[in-house]
Design a protein around this ligand. Structure first.
Ligand SMILES: *[C@@H]1O[C@H](CO)[C@@H](O)[C@H](O)[C@H]1NC(C)=O
Ligand SMILES: *[C@@H]1O[C@H](CO)[C@@H](O)[C@H](O)[C@H]1NC(C)=O
Length: 623
């Protein structure tokens, strides 16, 4: 190999990096000369790719190669090296500095990156920023991404000998090397994780004398895009582990980072920790996983780290803590008394509309979950301008504090006091379907096809939505007539399909569907009724809502227009982006007795098109 290498060694791990590119070539640990795949090309073992576009709708992956190497710090306790590049050197109008840190006594490698745009840089878009490592193929077969999501994985080769299903990522394993995997479906999107849970995942190797774990530990989510429930890829067949900092997965191009000409920018992604652990004479993956989880909590507790040398990494003493209590007031719940915003998600993100954080990808985001009394503390906030946002499981809509918050370096604690959220509400609830929690998980999720399963999720109903092909069950359940939901008779856990998908007509033809909600009104009073609809996901869809007159052209007709590219149906997410509509229903459209609401999703070209509902509520006129 003619590559010039930089080697760092702390007696526990030894790292070799290409110079000046700054790719990880070799990671030696516990007698294994390289835990990364040595047969991969030198820029395909451990690296930082981004996907970028200078023109709208044309994205391509670019590997970030350093053009300048420098040693930032080198003493007996710590080595930090930098591999930087600039717009002029690699053609993307962003200066990038990739850093690696090896600390004495530490069983792993820290890595971070600083992105910067200066005045005079042209406009650009960026949709993906992530770190990747590829463990040794012959060694690492067991993958763990959470307590209840761990398994032996098929090989990359098993995918090439298998049968492609509805799209490239989903493969039916027809000739796996290990017959245990026969007739399983493999799809990397089945291993997605929400940001709020994405702290550690990785791989375990079982050797003859010892087993070794290789983990991607992320001590904070502050630099990830899209807020706490944004889903991203983690580890999957390869073996490969991704650390997704910015992606448009489960959200669509609405989340792309777009820069105007001349717009300046700076953001630090990381540090994250490639952690290694081992066990002698032991083959229990649980012990290594438990140790990785424990190490993760140590990393989280030491955040923000005190050792990164970049002046752009903001240390603890310049960060602030924001705390307060969120209360809810709804005139139709508990007589309008204050309700504690139990388990509310409260966060700071760049200023914008209420709810804008779910599409926000450029700034830092700082989120926490309130306690049962709505008290919250958001630690380690980096100086800057933010809005304070929240949403509360069990309640519709988005909260935003009406003033922006400026965090000044070293200001310490900002006490917000009591904040009151008035969720969307026009009148008393006449009926409701589902739970307002931004997910369709409470609805009917059918059993997977026995010959199209990921066995990992067998017997785990909370993960059933991750199985391949569930959307096809709609056509089997409703071969001719669409779903009709009878309020007061039906139960949404059994009778409301998790997604309003298209109907399969065979021969690769699909058709739109119209769902119907029927309900009885004992009387109709003059005044404005309201239909509240919250969607959990949408893909190339158009929802038309009509009341009692399924073909009404004007009166009582509501249209969303074309919405959504989150692809949550195809990618087994139980939600994508959240959307909410308050639709006024004129009282003279309603009748005493039986009424119907028609929900038509009018786009029907593919099996993956459609919407997921989060919650539907019908309100009477204000009283
Ligand atoms: C923000 O809301 C508070 C509480 O309702 C109110 O007292 C204050 O006037 C509002 N400020 C602005 C600028 O709207
Ligand atoms: C709906 O079905 C679920 C699951 O079987 C059950 O727990 C729940 O009580 C039912 N709800 C009503 C209103 O019957």
């Amino acid at each position: 190999m003619n590559i010039v290498q930089v080697v760092m060694d702390n007696g526990i791990v030894s790292v070799s990096l290409s110079r000046p590119d700054g790719n990880v070539l070799q990671l030696s640990y516990n007698g294994i000369s390289n835990v990364l795949e040595p047969r991969n090309h030198d820029d395909d073992r451990g690296y930082l790719p981004i996907s970028s576009s200078l023109f709208l709708f044309f994205f391509y992956f670019v590997l970030i190669r350093g053009t300048k190497f420098s040693v930032i710090m080198e003493n007996t306790d710590q080595v930090e090296v930098s591999f930087s590049t600039t717009w002029n050197s690699f053609g993307i109008p962003m200066n990038i500095d990739k850093r690696y840190i090896l600390v004495r006594g530490s069983s792993g490698l820290y890595s971070y990156a600083i992105f910067e745009r200066l005045e005079g840089f042209p406009a650009m878009e960026l949709s993906t920023v992530r770190l990747v490592f590829k463990p040794h193929r012959d060694l690492f077969h067991f993958m763990a991404i959470s307590n209840d999501r761990q398994r032996y994985m098929p090989s990359a080769r098993d995918r090439t000998t298998g049968q492609r299903l509805g799209y490239d990522e989903a493969v039916l394993l027809t000739h796996p090397t290990d017959p245990h995997f026969l007739h399983e479906v493999d799809d990397k999107y089945q291993y997605s994780v929400e940001n709020k849970d994405n702290y550690v995942h990785g791989w375990i190797s079982f050797g003859t004398n010892s087993c070794v774990g290789l983990w991607m530990i992320t001590p904070t989510n502050e630099f990830r895009n899209g807020g706490p429930i944004k889903q991203s890829l983690t580890s999957h067949v390869g073996p490969v582990s991704l650390n997704s900092f910015v992606s448009s997965h489960y959200a669509g191009e609405e989340t792309t980072m777009a820069f105007q000409e001349g717009e300046t920018y700076k953001k630090v992604f990381g540090p994250v920790f490639y952690y290694l652990n081992s066990l002698l004479n032991h083959h229990d993956p649980q012990t290594l996983w438990a140790d990785a989880v424990q190490q993760t909590s140590k990393e989280v507790k030491s955040w923000p780290y005190d050792f990164p040398q970049s002046k752009d990494f903001i240390p603890s003493n310049q960060r602030a803590r924001v705390s307060g209590q969120l209360l809810i007031q709804d005139p139709y719940i508990q007589g309008g008394r204050f309700i504690h915003a139990r388990d509310a998600y409260v966060g700071l993100a760049l200023p914008g509309e209420a709810g804008s954080w779910q599409k926000e990808s450029k700034g830092y985001q700082f989120w926490t979950q309130a306690d049962r009394n709505g008290f919250f503390t958001i630690p380690n906030v980096i100086p800057g301008d933010y809005d304070l946002y929240a949403w509360v499981p069990g309640f519709l809509g988005d909260y935003k504090y009406n003033l922006s918050i400026t965090i000044i370096p070293g200001r310490g604690v900002i006490e917000m006091g009591r904040l009151i959220y008035w969720p969307p509400r026009n009148g008393p609830t006449l009926w409701e379907i589902g739970i307002p929690d931004r997910s369709a998980a409470e609805f009917y999720i059918p059993d997977p096809y026995p010959n199209l399963m990921n066995q990992l999720y067998k017997g785990k109903p909370q993960h059933r939505f991750r199985q391949y092909g569930l959307w096809q069950r709609y056509t089997e359940l409703y071969p001719r007539n669409d779903l009709v939901y009878n309020v007061g008779v039906n139960n949404y856990t059994k009778d409301w399909f998790y997604a309003q998908v298209t109907r399969n007509l065979g021969n690769d033809k699909y058709t739109p569907t119209t769902w119907q909600i029927t309900f009885d009104l004992p009387y109709v009073v003059p005044g404005a009724y309201t239909l509240q609809i919250a969607l959990a996901a949408a893909t190339s869809s158009h929802l038309s809502v009509r009341v009692n007159y399924p073909l009404a052209r004007r009166l009582g007709r509501f249209e969303t227009g074309l919405i959504g590219h989150d692809n949550a149906i195809a990618r087994h997410g139980i939600h994508g982006l959240y959307r909410r509509y308050s639709i006024e229903v004129p009282w003279n459209l309603l009748v005493r007795g039986r009424n119907s609401i028609y929900l038509r999703q009018s786009k029907g070209q593919t099996p993956f098109q459609g919407i997921m509902y989060d919650y539907v509520r019908f309100e009477g006129p204000p009283i």
